[in-house]
Write a protein that binds this ligand. Structure first.
Ligand code: C5P
Length: 408
């Protein structure tokens, strides 16, 4: 299977209902794009749709036999119309032709697709596709208004040149536009009401006014988690060390430099967030004293000694909170005995979850765009295999939310 950078529809079960219009040919691409994003697809075709694209094509791209007849005994024993109606997380009718829209608006159940519509409680969206005159017909407009009143999203149609030669409104939206609309539908608000406090990036520990101790953390992993959670409607506060990244949309970003500053800000906010994710690469030590002036080289001194003192452990301090302690997630960047160190840290710091990554591997870790994580929690573990940090961010938010709700 092709992997996109973002499995935004991971595990989502989508019924793609194809009506009999010329835009049906776009459904092969649409299906492929949905699968690339992690969706499971079942294709249902009307009788007329089969004239525009073959069930064999749709079977090949969706990986499953196409369901095309209400009374097809063979197909019905595999998954009947009631089962498929219950299976669906989402139903998209594309192209929704004038005829299909009319039959559904009238509440008919005279083929497999209309029956599934009646039997499902999943959201059903329509992507109209038809000749511009048919679209503008009063009957069609009234039927679409009926579907709208029932709360169905109506996506499109677009305007432009039509297969029949006409120019006007009636073109089905392009596959990528429909995919984006489905993605938005799912990521809209399912985490609204949830709040996350996330630390990201490195810290800088001042040696003198111009020098500091730091590390190679890019902040990309923490920013990806912040973006994924925010996109799903969560309230996100991001406490960020110095990084070169844009602030994700709708995220409240608080910039800090040192571990000390990060600690203060986290303490201010931890009690009013439900989940704390410590993704920052906090410097364990800082110079014991910061020189007021730039330190000078001295003739005859080939060595200097820098005395370091321990920084506060921000993660451990949150995990030790007694009042309003958030669900606490830590990271463990290790170069050896990853599981051993991660499990020790989980227990020692009293965490709910630890995300271990093996930074001895070149293609993952601090400054890379990719990552793989091994998650450990008190009674389980899970590997998130190598993928972009954006993708890992989405998967990780999903896992955190399941554990937070006690579903694992
Ligand atoms: O113990 P270690 O530094 O390996 O732990 C890493 C985890 O602890 C990360 O989640 C990091 O953000 C957090 N941490 C912290 N404050 C420190 C050191 C690490 O919050 N001073």
């Amino acid at each position: 299977m092709i992997q996109t950078s973002l499995q935004s529809l991971s595990g989502k079960r989508i019924v793609l209902g194809i009506g009999g219009g010329i835009a049906a040919y776009k459904c092969a691409d649409l299906s492929r794009r949905l699968i690339e994003r992690g969706a499971q697809i079942r294709v249902v075709m009307t009788h007329a749709a089969k004239k525009f694209i073959t069930p064999l094509t749709m079977q090949a791209v969706s990986g499953h036999p196409v369901l095309k007849s209400l009374l097809d005994l063979g197909a019905e024993t595999a998954m009947d119309h009631i089962e498929i109606a219950k299976w669906a997380d989402f139903v998209l009718l594309a192209p929704a032709t004038a005829d299909l829209i009319a039959r559904i608006a009238a509440g008919m159940g005279n083929d497999l697709l209309t029956t599934i519509y009646l039997a499902t409680d999943a959201p059903v969206a329509f992507a109209p596709g038809m000749n511009q005159q048919m679209y503008r017909a009063i009957a069609t407009q009234e039927n679409i208004a009926t579907l709208s009143r029932r709360g169905h999203p109506i996506w499109g149609p677009a305007s432009g040149k039509q297969a029949c030669g006409d120019i006007g409104i009636g073109r089905m939206l392009e596959p990528l536009q429909l995919v984006a609309l489905i993605e938005n539908y799912f990521i809209d608000t399912d985490l609204s009401g949830l709040s996350l406090l996330i630390t990201a990036g490195p810290t800088r520990e001042a040696i003198d006014p111009v020098r500091y101790l730091s590390n190679h953390s890019s902040g990309k992993m923490g920013y990806a988690i912040a973006e994924a959670a925010s996109k799903r409607g969560a309230r996100v506060t991001l406490v960020s060390g110095p990084v070169n990244l844009p602030t994700p949309a709708n995220v409240n970003r608080i910039n800090v430099q040192s571990a000390e500053e990060m600690h203060v800000v986290v303490q201010q906010h931890a009690g009013v967030h439900q989940i704390f994710v410590a993704c920052a690469a906090v410097a364990d030590f800082k110079p014991a004293t910061m020189a007021n002036q730039k330190m000078k080289k001295k003739d005859g001194h080939d060595e200097i000694t820098l005395s370091l003192t321990k920084n506060p452990d921000i993660l451990a301090s949150v995990a030790a909170m007694t009042d309003n302690r958030p669900f606490t997630v830590g990271f463990a960047a290790e170069t050896q005995d990853v599981e051993q160190y991660a499990r020790d840290k989980l227990a020692k710091k009293n965490l709910n979850l630890i995300c271990a990554n093996d930074v001895s591997q070149q293609e993952q870790g601090c400054d890379s765009d990719q990552n793989t994580l091994h998650l450990y929690w008190p009674n389980g573990d899970k590997i998130l295999p190598l993928a972009s940090k954006v993708n890992i961010g989405h998967q990780l938010v999903g896992e955190i939310v399941l554990l937070f709700h006690g579903d694992k």
